[in-house]
Ligand binder design. Structure first.
Ligand code: NAP
Length: 528
């Protein structure tokens, strides 16, 4: 069995499947394990889910032993944790680093995958598990002239391991998604001058990060197993947030403002969006929350024109991934920071010294930082030449958008599982829980096959069609499609506009997966 990817998904897949007696080999492109947390080393990189939740649940000893220093884990801390897991569960002996899988071809005759890597390995495997991640293909926009730039340039997702010292430099940051919002305050504090190029203003909430309160930690640890079980029954896989009971329109303006204020002070995105039942499905309700945050921005940012530029007006709050920040809006009050709107005046090219928009020239810059995101959810899989012998490539099959059954398998590609693939809750949940749920489901499926002499499993095309339709219907019943987000591939020119994650909630999704298994893997074709 080959597992592609040595991030949080690949490591757990190795541990779980090796534990069942399978012969497992992991291939990882990086020179270390950790996936997202290995690559994204930009200043301020930090998880926006609280550490006590954003961690593996499969080992109670592990979750009891590990001590998270802060409410939200920093990138170095999370990477330390992942390396600890790799050592603690003796995973490294089955992981080949510095190796990118380039192709995977299935032979219907031998019923085996033949994989090739950029290190000239050729591997034969009965099963492939794609743990390639949802945000693992960094994208620098195709700007003319980048090669002529005389300064240094960086992408948030390919950050140099030795770090970057911006002291004394003039710096440009392009992009104001989660990565930009996290790095901008830190770069501003270090650089001589920072110019931020914003195409779309994003909503960001204060993280209210702090050292982890020891009392809170021991209470959490005493209740850990119950909390993990509770998380399974929530829409986003995170426990500790009581479900809302009212619509935002069922309460008075005063009560609404008090509730939003209390969530704003508490910090965190889940609790804010969970203030009312309908913030993501009812535009009028959402408007109340969106306007609350816009007013907060107006109250923080002193220059009214800058505040208006930073206040998002083209999408409802939560329909693009909500950012969490520390001093993001406050940073625009610094004398050494300027904001440029590249929606009204788009970037046309990078020059030797800076960049040119349609109407202006900016620079000189010592460095340009691209916080411009990823070819999300499908990029990593499409980059591998995956096909059934003499058949179409997965990339071609997905030319009009990804199609999966449950986000776990793709019809026409037998014995290939995807961990948190498009069509599953994935990025709309606590990712590690989603990874564990998929991996456990795959492990059960493989045991079922072994116990019954099945050699091959494949998603039924009709079941896949029904699932794709369901994923779309659920998305269409929400406000999500109103935003140009990476959830719909809008950040990549030419990418088909398809809503990729499943937003029907983790709890219901998990029940569906369990029911499929209980009904003899309904919608899958098992053959001996
Ligand atoms: P992103 O959300 O896709 O943001 C990319 C930014 O670059 C956007 O502001 C985008 O503008 C801008 N951009 C792209 N192409 C551009 C162009 N040609 N000209 C000008 N601007 C351009 O990427 P990200 O910030 O790396 O975050 C991706 C996801 O990773 C997040 O949504 C989150 O799920 C995850 N993440 C999480 C954390 C965390 O846990 N705290 C931190 C970082 C990332 P448009 O909006 O107009 O496209």
């Amino acid at each position: 069995m080959v597992v592609v990817g040595g991030g949080l998904g690949g490591l757990y897949a190795l541990h779980r499947l090796r534990g069942l007696g399978f012969n497992v080999r992991v291939f990882e492109a990086g020179s270390g394990v950790g996936g997202t947390w290995f690559w994204n080393r930009y200043p301020g990189a930090r998880c926006d889910v609280e550490s006590m939740e954003y961690s593996y649940s499969f080992s109670n000893d592990l979750q009891q032993d590990w001590k998270w220093p802060e409410r939200y884990g920093t990138q170095p801390e999370i990477l330390r944790y992942i390396n600890h897991v790799a050592d603690r569960f003796d995973l490294r002996r089955d992981i080949q680093l510095n190796t990118r899988v380039t192709s995977a071809v299935y032979s219907p005759e031998s019923r085996r995958w033949r994989l090739e890597t950029d290190q000239c390995d050729v591997i034969s495997a009965q099963f492939c598990v794609m743990a390639t991640g949802n945000l693992s293909t960094p994208r620098v926009p195709d700007f003319k002239g980048l090669e002529s730039f005389k300064g240094k340039w960086y992408h948030s997702g390919l950050w140099p391991h030795e770090g970057v010292d911006f002291s004394g430099q003039t710096v440009a940051v392009i992009g104001t998604g989660s990565s930009g919002v996290q790095m901008i305050p830190l770069i501003a504090a270090q650089a001589d001058h920072l110019t931020v190029f914003q195409r779309t203003a994003n909503f960001s909430l204060p993280a209210r990060n702090a050292p982890l309160d020891p009392e809170k930690e021991s209470r959490h640890k005493a209740e850990y197993e119950q909390r993990r079980r509770d998380a399974l029954d929530t829409p986003f896989g995170i426990a500790g947030h009581p479900a809302p009971t009212k619509s935002a329109l069922d309460v008075s303006e005063d009560e609404r403002q008090r509730s939003y204020e209390s969530k704003w002070n508490e910090g965190g995105s889940i609790s804010f969006l969970y203030t009312y039942t309908d913030l993501l499905v009812n535009k009028a309700s959402n408007d109340t929350a969106s306007e609350f945050v816009r007013n907060k921005i107006r109250s923080i940012v002193r220059n009214p024109a800058t505040a208006e530029l930073l206040a998002p007006k083209d999408h409802p709050i939560g329909t693009k991934r909500l950012c969490l920040d520390t001093n993001y809006y406050e940073t625009y009050n610094r004398n050494n920071v300027s904001l440029v709107d590249v929606k009204s005046d788009p970037i046309q090219e990078i020059t030797e010294t800076g960049l040119r928009t349609r109407d202006h020239e900016y620079g000189p810059f010592d460095a340009i930082v691209f916080a411009t995101g990823f070819d999300a959810m499908t990029g990593a899989l499409r980059e591998i030449d995956i096909r059934v012998q003499d058949g179409p490539a997965l990339a071609d099959e997905w030319a009009s958008g990804p199609r999966t059954y449950l986000g776990i398998m793709v019809s026409g590609f037998p014995n290939m599982f995807v961990i948190t693939g498009p069509g599953s809750p994935s990025v709309k949940t606590q990712m590690i829980l989603a990874i564990e749920q998929h991996t456990d489901w795959i492990a059960d499926c493989l045991q079922h096959m072994r116990g019954n002499g099945y050699q091959q499993v494949e998603a039924d095309p009709a079941a896949q069609d029904d699932w794709v339709q369901h994923v779309n219907q659920v998305a269409d019943s929400t406000l999500y499609p109103l935003a140009n987000s990476w959830y719909v591939g809008a950040n990549i020119p030419g990418k088909p506009r398809v809503f990729m994650p499943y937003v029907g909630g983790f709890a219901g999704y998990r029940q569906k997966c369990d029911a499929v298994a209980e009904n003899g893997y309904e919608g899958f074709r098992l053959t001996t």
